[in-house]
Design a protein around this ligand. Structure first.
Ligand SMILES: *Cc1c(COP(=O)(O)O)cnc(C)c1O
Length: 460
C-alpha cells in the first residue's frame, strides 16, 4: 500500500497542497512532492511530532539532528518566554547582553578554557565560513598570507554555502555547483568500514593520517587549515572512525603549522557520548564549530570557538587586522537563551550518563532484531546508531521514509544507510517502539519495487 494514502483528512491535505504551491522545500526533489507529501506538523511533545490529523510520529532524526531534549520542552519554553519579555534581539556590534556573555563563558569552561573566545553566527554553514576566514586571516596577521588553502576529508560535509561547499565532498550537494567552487585538497576518510583484510579501525586511521602527512609535508606553506568532522561524518551516511585519527591529525597540524578546524555542528553537544567529540581523542582544535543542537533544536544559532592566542592576533589598531564578518542576527538573545536552558538541562538531567543506557538498549535490541537481515556495518557512537542495507532497489530512501511514516516514525535514510538519532529524552518504551518500527519498516521495503526509470537520490 502506498502510505501516502494515509493523508486523506482535509487538514493534512490542505496544508500539503498550500505548501506545494508556495514553499520551496530544502533537500527535496520537488517532482516527488506528490508521491511524498511533507508531513504537516501541528505540534510536538517530547520525542513525538503530531500532524493535523492527530497522528503521532517518533522523531527518530531529531529533526535533522538538532533536537536534544524533545519538542516543546517546558524548561526551554519558560526560558524563552522570560527572554521575550526582556528583549529578543539587539545587534552584537556596540552592544552586549547576558545570554551571549554567559553562553560564551560556559562553553569556554566546558573546554577547560582551551578555547576562550566565541564568535556567534546563525547557521552551521556560516560557522564554517567564519572558521575558514578566521584561519586564513590569523595566518595573514602573523605574516603568512600565503596560507590560503584548506584540506578536507573525502565524503565530508560542512554545509552548502559556497565557502562551506568547497570543503564538502558529497556529490549530490556539490556537483551542480562545482564550477562556482574554489578547490580544496581532499584526503582519505578514516571511515572504519574501509578497513582492508586484517586492518582494524586504528589501522584505517593511521593509513588515512599518512595520506594527510604526505600532503602537509609537501604543501604546508600554502595550507591554512584542515577541517574534520570529529568521530562521525554524518551527512555522508554516519561514517565512523577511531579517535586515534584526531590525535594523529592534531599532531600533524602542530608539526606543520596548520590550523585544525573541528566541525562539531552535528557531533557536538553530547551526540557522540561526550559533550565535545574531540574530548574522546583528548585534543582541542584551533577552531571548533557548533550549531544544530546548541539551541536545543529551537532557534538558528551557530558559533565558532577559538584559542585566546588566535583572538589576540586580531587585536590591533589597523582595521584590516580585525576579523571582518557580520550577520544581522549574530548572538541573537533568544537563541542564546535557549542554548543556556539546553546547558542547564544537560546538567540537571545528567544527559551524558543517562544516554549511555539509552544507547546500549538501542543497539542491543536493534542488533538482535537485525540478525539474519541483509544489512552490514551496524555501528554506534553515543546517540548515533546506523546500519547499511545490502540490496536496496530503486528509491530506497524514499520508500523507507514512507513506510516508516506508516509505522509512526519520522526517518530519512541517507542512500542505503538507515540511522537512528533520537532526542536524548527518549524513554525505554519509546526506544522499543523505535526499534520495532525500524525492523517492521525494513521488512516492508525488503522486496525492491523496481519503478520504471527510478533512481536513488542520496539526500540526507
Ligand atoms: C548540518 C551540518 C553543517 C551545516 O549546518 P547548517 O545549519 O545546515 O548550515 C555543517 N557541518 C556539519 C558537520 C553538519 O552536519
Amino acid at each position: 500500500m502506498p502510505p501516502s494514502t494515509a493523508f486523506s483528512t482535509s487538514a493534512n491535505t490542505s496544508w500539503q497542497q498550500r505548501s506545494r504551491r508556495h514553499v520551496w522545500h530544502p533537500c527535496t526533489q520537488s517532482i516527488r512532492l506528490e508521491a511524498v507529501p511533507p508531513l504537516p506538523i501541528a505540534r510536538g511533545e517530547g520525542v513525538w511530532l503530531v500532524d493535523h490529523d492527530g497522528r503521532r510520529y517518533l522523531d527518530a532524526t531529531s529533526s535533522w539532528w538538532v533536537n536534544l531534549f524533545g519538542h516543546a520542552h517546558p524548561a526551554i519554553n519558560a526560558a524563552l518566554k522570560d527572554q521575550l519579555d526582556a528583549f529578543s534581539h539587539v545587534m552584537l556590534a556596540g552592544c552586549t547582553h547576558a545570554p551571549a556573555v554567559e553562553l560564551a563563558e560556559r562553553l569556554s569552561a566546558l573546554t577547560g578554557h582551551a578555547l576562550g573566545h566565541c564568535f556567534y553566527a546563525s547557521d552551521g554553514a556560516s560557522a564554517v565560513e567564519i572558521a575558514l576566514k578566521m584561519s586564513f586571516h590569523a595566518w595573514r596577521n602573523a605574516g603568512r598570507g600565503g596560507k590560503q588553502n584548506f584540506v578536507a576529508l573525502r565524503h565530508g560535509y560542512h554545509g552548502e554555502t559556497l565557502g562551506a561547499l568547497h570543503v564538502t565532498d558529497v556529490p549530490v550537494f556539490r556537483d551542480a555547483y562545482a564550477p562556482l567552487l574554489a578547490n580544496a585538497h581532499l584526503v582519505a576518510s578514516p571511515d572504519a568500514r574501509t578497513a582492508l583484510p586484517g586492518e582494524d579501525a586504528v589501522a584505517v586511521a593511521r593509513r588515512a593520517a599518512a595520506e594527510l602527512e604526505a600532503l602537509l609535508a609537501e604543501r604546508h606553506a600554502t595550507i591554512a587549515a584542515v577541517i574534520v568532522e570529529p568521530l562521525v561524518q554524518c551527512a555522508t551516511g554516519m561514517a565512523m572512525h577511531d579517535p586515534d585519527y584526531l590525535r594523529l591529525v592534531r599532531a600533524l597540524c602542530d608539526r606543520f603549522d596548520v590550523h585544525l578546524v573541528a566541525d562539531e555542528i552535528a557531533v557536538g553537544c553530547g551526540r557522540t557520548g561526550t559533550f565535545f567529540a574531540c574530548e574522546q581523542a583528548g585534543i582541542w582544535p584551533d577552531f571548533l564549530c557548533l550549531s544544530k543542537g546548541i539551541s536545543g533544536g529551537y532557534l538558528p544559532l551557530a558559533l565558532v570557538m577559538t584559542r585566546d592566542a588566535i583572538y589576540e592576533g586580531f587585536v590591533d589598531d589597523d582595521v584590516a587586522r580585525s576579523f571582518l564578518h557580520s550577520h544581522s542576527y549574530t548572538g541573537n538573545a533568544l537563541a542564546c537563551r535557549a542554548a543556556l536552558a539546553m546547558l542547564d538541562l544537560f546538567e540537571r538531567e545528567d544527559a551524558l550518563q543517562r544516554n549511555l543506557g539509552r544507547a546500549e538498549r538501542l543497539i542491543g535490541r536493534l542488533g538482535e532484531g537485525l540478525r539474519g537481515m541483509p544489512v552490514d556495518h551496524l555501528r554506534q557512537r553515543g546517540m548515533i546508531t546506523a546500519f547499511d542495507v545490502r540490496e536496496t532497489g530503486a528509491r530506497f530512501a524514499e520508500r523507507f521514509h514512507l513506510a516508516a511514516r506508516a509505522n509512526g516514525l519520522l526517518m530519512r535514510p541517507i542512500g542505503s544507510t538507515v540511522y537512528l538519532m533520537p532526542p536524548y529524552v527518549i524513554g525505554d518504551d519509546e526506544i522499543d517502539l523505535l526499534v520495532d518500527g525500524t525492523l517492521a519498516t525494513l521488512q516492508a521495503v525488503a522486496e525492491p519495487a523496481h519503478a520504471e526509470g527510478a533512481h536513488d537520490v542520496a539526500l540526507a
